[in-house]
Ligand binder design. Structure first.
Ligand code: AMP
Ligand code: GLY
Length: 431
């Protein structure tokens, strides 16, 4: 069978690669793809992003099913368009994707269904927003309502910072319609974890746990990014916490969406804040929902899947996820992102990738912002590559990843040297 993957990041390269490992899969088309999917075995790039053209392509090529990587096409209704054409596609409808595309929708939904999250209010008027901020005090968090490509959240340490964020979002329109409404919410302290599940509308299959590193620099310093690295499993999610997250967050979300008449199908990613304390009492609150897999969390997660992922998607598309299982490699997978010069503010493109670590069963370099230009791989985006390894421990995984990074070169590359530090045995969170 042939499969279509929509997207062009490291997440999509990793999904496509895992799907090509199935003996039943001939070709994984990736639209529009990147330099890695252009050169991957049994992969083929398709230079299409328009939804109707994607529908036509899937029909003409008789793809068995389509998997959507990023949020933008989901929020634009790609799943609705494919289903209207009678084509199989794994992802949420436009209505269900509002869990990610509107922070206000997600917050109202969580309150309605008793899903734990930070206290909040939504504003369109800057004066009212600032009055609320002064009443609540700092630290406080200001979020643009709509999709803002990672630029829509300001964790303000002071009232001035929070008010400045309000002026920027509601005042000067710098985020366009994404910032026309803002959510102001309570600051939560603790450790973040990503919890990702597959849903078929009714049934849920939890993926392996993972955690990413959002800040640009070592020791979780510097500006927020899309994610500078990730690892799986995330030891913070003990079996006790896992059960609680399923019971307190995931099941109520899936049941709530079904009850509201917008059943959720696709990947559901809950970004969680887990307060410090003993497992049974640690408060778990939802920071955000994403209606897709995480990037770079997908890269280590895909390294750990041992069985045929295409069969899991088929069961999900048939509404039979209760019959699906995933065999996880027990080892640790860890991915380190190599970002372009100037990332995240002004990433530079066009640097030739002069050296790439060879792919082995324990180490793969997934591409994100790369393109193949007349046979030469060049940087073409903020996050360029994700060097992802499997090893017996977090320590060994770090060693293997950084050895492979030494063999992966392009001008201006930046990366963190401490990916996975929270998962090292005996590590105490300084926070
Ligand atoms: P979001 O896109 O909502 O996940 O926000 C991006 C990042 O901002 C999160 O990964 C957190 O690091 C931080 N953040 C968001 N909401 C809060 C909050 N209520 N309290 C503390 N930090 C937050
Ligand atoms: N790594 C965070 C995200 O994909 O949203």
């Amino acid at each position: 069978m042939n499969i279509l993957v929509i997207g062009s990041g490291g997440r999509e390269h990793a999904l496509a690669w895992r799907l090509t490992q199935s003996p039943r899969v001939q070709t994984v088309f990736v639209a529009p793809g990147n330099g890695g999917t252009a050169t991957g075995e049994h992969m083929q790039n398709v230079p299409i992003t328009d939804i109707q053209e994607l529908v036509n392509f899937a029909r003409t090529e008789k793809v068995a099913f389509t998997v959507v990587g990023p949020e933008a096409p989901l929020a634009a209704g790609v799943v609705d368009a494919f289903r209207a054409a009678g084509l199989k596609i794994f992802g949420p409808t436009q209505a269900a994707a509002q869990l990610e595309s509107s922070k206000d929708f997600a917050k109202a939904f969580m309150v309605r269904h008793n899903i734990p999250t930070a206290a909040y209010q939504t504003f369109t008027d800057p004066g009212h927003a600032k009055a609320y901020i002064r009443e609540q005090g700092a630290p406080i968090v200001v979020k643009a309502d709509g999709l803002a490509a990672g630029k829509g959240v300001v964790v303000a340490a002071t009232l001035e910072e929070a008010e400045e964020a309000i002026d920027q979002m509601l005042g000067d329109g710098s985020l366009g319609s994404a910032g026309a409404r803002v959510v102001v919410e309570e600051f939560l302290d603790g450790e973040e974890a990503s919890f990702i599940v597959m849903c078929d509308g009714t049934n849920v299959l939890a993926l392996a746990t993972s955690q990413d590193h959002k800040r640009l620099l070592d020791n979780d310093q510097g500006p927020n990014t899309g994610g500078m690295g990730a690892y799986s499993p995330a030891p913070i999610i003990s079996p006790t916490l896992h059960n609680r997250i399923m019971r307190e967050v995931i099941h109520p979300t899936i049941q709530g969406m079904a009850k509201d008449g917008i059943p959720f199908t696709g990947f559901l990613y809950a970004g969680l804040m887990i307060a410090n304390g003993p497992d049974a009492t640690r408060l778990v609150k939802v920071l955000e929902f994403n209606c897709r897999m995480g990037d770079p969390e997908t890269q280590p997660i895909m390294m750990r899947i041992k069985n045929d992922l295409s069969q899991v998607f088929e069961l999900a598309l048939a509404g039979k996820l209760d019959q699906a299982t995933i065999d996880w490699d027990r080892r640790t997978a860890l991915g380190v992102v190599l970002a372009a010069h100037g990332y995240p503010a002004t990433p530079r493109s066009g640097d030739p990738i002069t050296q790439l670590a060879p792919d082995t069963p324990e180490c793969r370099v997934f591409h994100a912002g790369t393109r193949l230009e007349e046979g030469t791989l060049k940087t073409a985006g903020g996050r360029v590559l994700c060097v992802t390894v499997l090893a017996d421990s977090v320590k060994r995984a770090q060693q293997a990843a950084y050895t492979a990074i030494a063999q992966t070169q392009f001008s201006g590359r930046q990366y963190r040297t401490d990916i996975g530090w929270r998962a090292l045995p005996g590590t105490k969170d300084p926070a």
